[in-house]
Design a protein around this ligand. Structure first.
Ligand SMILES: Cc1cc2nc3c(=O)[nH]c(=O)nc-3n(C[C@H](O)[C@H](O)[C@H](O)COP(=O)(O)OP(=O)(O)OC[C@H]3O[C@@H](n4cnc5c(N)ncnc54)[C@H](O)[C@@H]3O)c2cc1C
Length: 446
């Protein structure tokens, strides 16, 4: 996710950039089932699978979609690989970068800095300082409020308004987590310490996760619809299948919003405190629009990030010349992202994407011809349902509940980590931790 330390003009915004039944259904199952069933093959589920495999445990990774990677998805419709979900991650935060390098996947550093554009032009030097000061002030007040045990709306900490206030609010709220600050818990935001996104995979982050899942015991197109506690094991029902999968332990690595939606039924039902905690952390909305912009009219470096502010419209984050190509992408959050929701597939989405991209680019140069565009569809995807789980005001303490297993059901995913929520490495690390817990719960040496 993005970070904004004290800048110089060129080194700015560092890290810019979250029924008990039947026999085993799988040939790979051990005895009458598996030690661990992992539900959801995003970063968290894949990390858990790799850890269990390394420990020699029997497991199955169940993914509802036809592809793995969840909120990391690489699209090639424009030619060069472009990520419509997570675009970069932290090299130092956990083992994700090491795993990619061991698998021979090409990682490149992305500029740990970003530039500030207003109405298509780079802001003057002094504006960078003004922005950094405004951001620093809100961050300091966030920490002070959290220390004092206050958990109101984060928007209440923005007490003075200046020319950069809207951008600061956008970076912490809509662009940073997909919610307006009025809908974000002070405590949750204060605790969040996303490491800088300083590396990416030249094949795309989504493709990187697909490769990391390559040798796992995966079943794609296997949506879990019900999880029943049958005593010594859990029975997992899959849509359209009569037989169930039996597992001694379950790692639940689906998005919080999917759990909150009731798409997976539990027998017995989830405890009320857990259901409340899920409702207290609704999903923010972030969508990305990728488009071809030939000729580098903005004169930006490869993979450079720009915070773009245009008139009184919502700021967006521009990622330029992805992988050295003509592909650029814009990231929008909250209301601006919800405007895309449901239009993500097909012509309507593309038309909306082109319109927005043109609006952001228009004042920078004579637009000429803007190429084809693609747009993400995270909020309307029933398997994802938003960008990341964000605690509502007053609900900041709820997130810690997800760290406690429910019987032998262990929760994993970006939403389970109080400091790394909404990040790829937060999700990956949570999957590894969940696997360790599952091994302990299942018994025997790890
Ligand atoms: C637009 C956008 C940009 C982002 N940019 C960045 C970034 O640059 N850097 C960063 O660090 N983070 C970024 N993030 C956040 C990051 O992508 C997520 O935190 C991370 O990918 C979440 O991983 P996860 O494993 O928790 O969940 P997911 O990736 O959502 O995986 C959950 C999986 O569960 C599956 N599933 C759902 N229901 C079922 C079911 N019933 N049965 C079986 N499977 C099911 C889903 O299909 C999905 O594959 C971004 C997020 C978005 C939306």
């Amino acid at each position: 996710m993005t970070r904004f330390p004290r800048p110089s003009r060129r080194a700015f915004l560092a890290g810019l950039s979250a029924a008990a039944l039947a026999a085993p259904a799988l040939a790979q199952s051990v005895g009458t089932g598996v030690d661990v069933a992992i539900v959801g093959a995003g970063a968290a589920g894949i990390a858990a699978a790799r850890k269990l495999a390394a420990a020699g445990r029997s497991y199955v990774l169940l993914e509802a979609a036809a592809r793995v990677g969840g909120r990391a998805r690489t699209d090639a419709a424009l030619g060069p690989a472009v990520d419509l979900g997570a675009v970069a991650f932290s090299r130092m935060d956990g083992t994700l970068a090491d795993a990619a390098e061991e698998a021979g996947l090409p990682l490149v550093a992305v500029p740990a800095s970003a530039r500030l554009f207003v109405d298509g032009r780079e802001a003057p030097e002094g504006d960078y300082d003004a922005f950094a000061l405004a951001l620093g002030r809100v961050r300091r007040d966030l920490l002070a409020a959290a220390d004092a045990g206050k958990d109101g709306p984060a928007a209440s900490l923005v007490t003075t308004r200046g020319p950069w206030t809207a951008s600061v609010e956008a970076v912490l709220g809509p662009i940073g987590c997909g919610q307006a600050l009025a809908a974000v818990s002070t405590l949750d935001l204060a605790r969040r310490r996303p490491p800088p996104d300083d590396v990416t995979c030249t094949l795309g982050v989504g493709t990187m996760l697909e490769r990391l899942a390559a040798w796992t015991n995966l079943r794609a197109e296997a949506p879990v619809t019900q999880i029943t506690n049958a005593g010594r094991f859990y029975a997992l029902s899959l849509r359209g299948e009569r037989s169930v999968i039996r597992a001694r332990t379950v790692i639940l690595a689906v998005p919080a919003a999917v759990l909150a939606s009731g798409a997976i039924r539990f027998n017995p039902v989830l405890p009320a405190r857990l259901a409340l905690a899920l409702r207290g952390c609704p999903s923010g909305a972030i969508e990305q629009v990728a488009f071809l912009l030939p000729g580098n009219p903005l004169r930006l470096a490869d993979n450079e990030t720009v915070l773009a502010q245009l008139g009184s419209g919502p700021p967006a984050l521009l990622r330029a010349r992805i992988g050295g190509s003509d592909v650029h992408s814009l990231r929008f959050g909250a209301a601006a992202a919800r405007a895309f929701s449901g239009k993500g597939e097909g012509g309507a989405g593309e038309a909306a994407a082109r319109e927005v991209a043109q609006a952001f680019m228009r004042s920078a140069f004579s637009i000429g011809e803007l190429g084809k565009a693609v747009v993400s569809n995270w909020s309307a995807d029933p398997l994802i349902r938003g960008a990341m789980a964000v605690a509502a005001p007053g609900q900041g303490a709820q997130r810690s509940l997800f760290a406690t297993p429910l019987g032998r059901i262990v929760f994993a995913g970006e939403y389970t980590t109080p400091t790394g929520w909404g990040t790829l490495t937060g999700a990956w690390n949570s999957g590894e931790i969940a696997a360790e817990r599952a091994i302990r719960l299942t018994g025997g040496p790890s």
